[in-house]
Design a protein around this ligand. Structure first.
Ligand code: GDP
Length: 548
């Protein structure tokens, strides 16, 4: 069994696609699923308006806005691997949800819009990946449209983010003249033969001269047609464009921008591809690259810093929790990232936090509103546990030898609002709802002595979370509530003494956070931090985690 676990883990690739909105994340998710053989989906592939994808319908707000607030995973097979693609929220707001998904992956694909380059969220996301040491593959999308200069894009990434791009493909032509790419490394694994093509995908190749030519497949929706052109043919057909690409590719080698496995795994370099997800150009290469170079699940460290070997008994942690996804199944789902061992449906597991045991009879994967039962899962896989009341985001579950993984980081909130409930006869339901949303990690719930228990203050990374909170309080708990935005922008941790000293300080507010018993000082701007430090010598003010 133990070598079986290692073998199953070794063929898992668990990653997320992250990007600024509109870079093409939904498009590439669908393209990846199409190239792979989809086997199951936990949660939903989000759809947008007229998009044909499977629309998750658990919340009408999501449909109204055409955005994905929920997230889980899509699983498919490609070559001899099982790929787990975790969904991240696609809205402009930055939320803790995205961060949490990144705690459950082994690699990330950063999607850039070729005409826009780095955008605000791209910068934040790169920062999070670097802080968490998540290896990043960069896909420069929409190369079939007018784009920035390829070398300038590469330089922009290196200078603004400090992660060195190592292009593994290099584009021949751009916009309407985008012909294909030079492959700067071999794709398709060590046994691949150069120049062999199968089902519109490269089944092949160590680095070869020449290029891969792309062509839209008739209708454009299925995978693109690709063929290998030798050097002479490439020159003959695409003369100046090909030669320019070849020169630039050689230039990259001169500045040591060639792929390197070790620095990729350390998050210091980012292998970079060029393509167009809409017409599937480069999507096959991206999948090959994931299989070829992305790390498979490894032994995670527990709360004491000891690695939990993959062959140990089953263990995993909750990275997402969600209630009432569907009106016909009113229950709570906890999404677990399997870290070690074999998960088997029906097995008894123990919750590390609290020591409670529970059955996993209702382990499921989800596809839209249809549910499939999952019978077994391996390290890297995502399992949804139904009726998982009592499991909170960050909790560990295990079978066999006990283990507890470190708590998920609570991120630094930048938005604060006082939650007002208007119907006092519903106070009990209100409290239950707030506790539920706090456990799910939708928002951080804070209390102050001054405001009292009836008026919690919500803290979030992005303001959309406030709307999610009031919409869900109404829909699921029948409690109408509104939010008054507060003029604060940041928070610092303090201790009990600091909390007592600052209780009457002007312009700031002190809160307790029941989730972990912490004291938070909430401030209007960073200048106020300085005046507090000056006015209250020796005060404890520590930053909260910005990126994990
Ligand atoms: P998301 O917000 O990141 O999920 O972006 P979408 O996948 O919804 O894409 C945003 C828009 O860009 C849509 O209109 C897509 O059709 C378009 N798009 C995505 N990829 C490409 C591409 O490779 N080429 C072109 N021309 N358009 C694309």
């Amino acid at each position: 069994m133990s070598s079986h676990i290692s073998a199953e883990a070794a063929r898992r690739r668990t990653f997320a696609v992250i990007s600024h909105p509109d870079a093409g994340k939904s498009t590439i998710t669908e393209a990846l699923a199409l190239h792979g053989r989809a086997i199951s989906a936990a949660g939903a592939v989000h759809g947008k308006g007229d998009r044909k994808g499977v629309v998750s319908d658990w919340m009408s707000m999501e449909q109204d806005r055409g955005i994905s607030i929920t997230s889980a995973a899509l699983q498919f097979e490609y070559r001899d691997c099982v790929v787990n693609l975790l969904d991240t929220p696609g809205h402009a707001d930055f939320s803790e949800d995205t961060y949490r998904v990144l705690t459950a992956v082994d690699a990330a694909v950063m999607l850039l819009d070729a005409a826009k380059g780095l955008e605000p969220q791209t910068l934040k996301l790169f920062e999070v990946c670097r802080a968490r040491r998540i290896p990043v593959i960069t896909f420069i999308n929409k190369w079939d449209r007018p784009a920035k200069d390829a070398l300038e894009l590469i330089e922009e990434i290196e200078t603004r983010i400090g992660i060195k791009p190592t292009p593994v493909t290099w584009p021949v032509g751009v916009g309407g003249e985008f012909r294909g790419v030079i492959e700067r490394i071999g794709f398709g694994g060590p046994d691949a033969t150069p120049g062999e093509w199968k089902d519109g995908r490269r089944a092949a190749g160590p680095q070869v001269p020449g290029m891969v030519r792309y062509e839209r497949s008739p209708g454009g929706q299925q995978s693109a047609i690709a063929e290998y052109l030798g050097e002479d043919e490439a020159v003959e057909r695409f003369g100046a464009d090909y030669e320019r690409a070849r020169e630039e590719s050689e230039l990259l080698s001169e500045v040591e921008a060639d792929f390197d496995q070790k620095t990729f795994e350390l998050g210091q370099t980012t292998p970079t591809l060029f393509g167009a997800a809409l017409v599937h150009f480069g999507v096959g290469q991206l999948l090959d690259l994931l299989v070829d170079i992305a790390p498979s699940p490894f032994a995670r460290e527990d709360v004491k810093g000891q690695p939990r070997e993959l062959e140990s008994g089953f263990s995993g942690f909750v990275f997402k929790s969600q209630a009432n996804m569907n009106a016909s199944h009113r229950d709570q789902l906890a999404f677990i990232r399997v870290c070690s061992g074999r998960f088997e449906r029906g097995m008894q597991v123990t919750q590390a936090q609290g020591g409670r045991t529970m059955s996993t009879k209702y382990a499921q994967t989800l596809f839209g509103s249809a549910r499939d039962t999952v019978d077994e899962a391996w390290p890297g896989d995502i399992v949804g546990l139904v009726n998982a009341t009592g499991l909170s985001v960050g909790d560990t579950i295990y079978a066999g030898k006990a283990v507890e993984y470190p708590p998920l980081p609570a991120f630094a909130p930048e938005h604060f609002g006082a939650l007002q409930m208007h119907d006092t006869s519903k106070a009990k339901r209100f409290r239950r709802g707030i506790a539920q949303l706090d456990a799910e990690g939708v928002v951080q719930v804070l209390y102050s002595e001054r405001r009292g228990e009836a008026t919690p203050v919500l803290a979030a990374v992005g303001p959309l979370q406030f709307e999610v909170t009031t919409a869900r309080l109404q829909a699921e708990f029948d409690v109408p509530a509104t939010i008054d935005h507060l003029p604060f922008q940041l928070a610092r941790l303090t201790d009990a003494e600091g909390a007592a000293r600052l209780r009457t300080a002007p312009g700031v507010e002190v809160f307790s956070r029941p989730r972990d018993g912490a004291f938070l000082v909430v401030l209007p701007n960073k200048y106020r931090i300085q005046t507090i430090v000056n006015d209250y010598p020796g005060i404890v003010l520590e930053p909260l985690l910005a990126g994990g």
